[in-house]
Write a protein that binds this ligand. Structure first.
Ligand SMILES: [Zn+2]
Length: 554
């Protein structure tokens, strides 16, 4: 009679009792020899293998016995054969198909077959039928419960990273996990900037101190999943449908949509060898197609690419387009000293939000540092007490020390970044004021960087360039326009009345720095102050150098 052996050993057993697969194999082998069975194949599963792998091995074993018409499975104990209810049902099906089939449980001295009437068979059957009932009903019940939960506005499973579960069973809700939520938010903002590949973002977030709930590094595929999860904008995605959630959104829809665009690669810059100044920057205002640049007799012209239906026929000369754009840079210059001071003040306030983020990240990192230090201390004590050997001590010491270094490094980066952010905010403003000069003295690449930085969109209609400033510059331009032109603002008194910073900003976060009766312009400034626009901007190092040297010379 042919048989197969089925062994399964948990890794803890192996470590603690030295009870290993070969020992179990030996037991089963001796048994089958005694019974005069012929072993066709041995299947061994270590419990340290993943659940998926274990399931695969179990299915392979069943496949094998069916294909090779094996009638007998030998294993140690019931729980060695079946690790979950589904396995039990599968085994029972196999037994019931053929009365000759048997499962021998060696340690329990029990043989199961379709017709065996022992007490074991009874218990086995109870177990199997319960399992079957459970499996049949589980999915129904679960689905029903999940539907109810979604109807109430709550995700029926664990929330993604950045949220945590609160409340008793049946009344669980999801709230922001203050330890991680700001980092996750940051992750979206970093990616929205277009400055990170997924791979780079994995490293960046690790440095920033973001870990999975299990304390591990976030892997690329998981990170990509998170970036597409509408849970972060307050929605619930369930079976490919989107529902409104009751949980607090962590990310704005604006940033989330930007992230989706970057993920789809729509905003990935394409570099070409021959570089025209405006290549890729200007669109045809009528059809939205990119303006094509080409050289004829030494002069560069731009015109609609006519990939779409469009009536635009003008060919604009590059110098003419450049003249118009230089003018737009001039529109950013503020002529009133008071306003300049006020803007700097606003920038300082915007720095507060950023500082808060770094502060909370630092708190988590410091807590981790404390944990690691404690482990190191304990380890040292254990060594002194001779509870552990030298090898163990050294390997653990190395592991904790490396972890400690990496946390210390993250702490340092957060401290640096906090300062840099402030500089950057001021620099953006300074940049807007120096832009015309900078542009005049820039080389091709620098000019392109400046254009990219200052304009969100440029359009050509006829021979006229129309434009949309990128967010911070748009706000500066609006302010400049009204202050430079309005008679009302000509007196310093009126100016200070409108642009005065209210102290209430320290008390009320939601309204911002300004009392509601202030002008619409101020609403714009408020957005400028509180939004994380800085993250969306590519701020190339070279440009920063240029700016710094320009400031030194001024
Ligand atoms: Zn066109």
């Amino acid at each position: 009679m042919k048989t197969i052996l089925f062994c399964r050993v948990s890794s803890r057993e192996q470590e603690e009792t030295g009870y290993s697969l070969p020992a179990q194999e030996k037991l089963l082998q001796d048994y089958s020899e005694k019974k005069d069975f012929k072993i066709a194949k041995k299947f061994s599963i270590s419990e340290s293998a993943s659940g998926k792998y274990q399931r695969k091995s179990f299915d392979e074993m069943l496949d094998y016995v069916r294909k090779n018409d094996i009638k007998i499975i030998i294993c140690e104990k019931v729980d060695r054969l079946t690790r979950n209810l589904k396995d039990a049902v599968s085994i029972n099906e196999w037994l019931n198909e053929n009365t000759e089939r048997q499962v021998h449980f060696v340690k329990e001295n029990c043989v199961l077959s379709k017709d065996s009437k022992s007490n074991d068979k009874f218990i086995w059957n109870i177990k199997v039928s319960t399992a079957q009932y459970y499996i049949d009903n589980l999915s129904e019940e679960v689905k029903k419960g999940q539907k109810e939960k979604i109807a109430q506005g709550w995700l029926p499973t664990k929330p993604p990273l950045g949220y945590k579960t609160e409340g008793e069973k049946g009344h669980k809700i999801h709230i922001l996990d203050e330890k991680k939520s700001l980092l996750v938010k940051k992750m979206f903002e970093f990616y929205a900037s277009g400055n990170y590949s997924l791979k780079k973002l994995v490293e960046k977030m690790f440095e920033e101190g973001l870990r999975t709930n299990g304390g591990n590094k976030l892997v690329k595929s998981r990170l990509a999943d998170l970036l597409t999860d509408p849970f972060y904008i307050g929605k619930i995605r369930w079976n490919n449908e989107i529902y409104d959630g009751k949980h607090e959104a962590l990310v704005s829809e604006e940033v989330f949509n930007l992230v989706q665009r970057v993920l789809k690669g729509k905003t990935t810059p394409r570099y070409t060898k021959h570089s025209y100044l405006f290549r890729g920057f200007i669109k045809c205002e009528e059809c939205g197609g990119l303006i094509t640049w080409e050289k004829h007799k030494g002069i560069t012209y731009g015109h609609c690419n006519h990939y779409r239906n469009c009536s635009q026929r003008t060919w604009v000369r590059e110098p003419e387009a450049e003249r118009q754009i230089s003018e737009l840079f001039c529109n950013l210059q503020i002529k009133k000293q008071e306003l300049t001071e006020w803007i700097k003040q606003a920038l300082k306030e915007s720095h507060k939000d950023e500082a808060e983020y770094h502060c909370s990240a630092l708190n988590e990192l410091n807590a981790r540092l404390g944990q690691i230090q404690k482990r190191l201390d304990n380890l040292y004590d254990d060594k002194v007490d001779e509870k552990i050997n030298k090898e163990f001590y050294e390997s653990k010491f190395k592991k904790y020390s490396e972890e400690k270094d990496s946390v210390l490094n993250s702490i340092k980066q957060h401290s640096d970044a906090s300062n840099k952010y402030f500089e950057l905010g001021i620099n953006i403003f300074e940049l807007s004021q120096k832009a015309p000069d900078l542009y005049q003295n820039a080389n091709l690449e620098e000019k392109q960087q400046l254009i990219k930085l200052v304009f969100e969109n440029l359009y050509l209609l006829g021979d006229k360039i129309n434009y949309v400033y990128s967010k911070p510059f748009d706000i500066i331009a609006t302010a400049v326009e009204s202050t430079n032109s309005s008679k009302e603002l000509n007196s310093a008194k009126n100016l200070s009345k409108i642009f005065e910073l209210s102290n209430s900003s320290l008390k009320t976060n939601k309204i911002g720095a300004f009392s509601p009766e202030k002008t619409a312009l101020l609403a714009g400034w408020d957005a400028f102050r509180t939004s994380h626009w800085i993250n969306y901007i590519k701020y190339p190092e070279r440009l920063q150098e240029m700016l710094l040297s320009c400031l030194k010379n001024a």
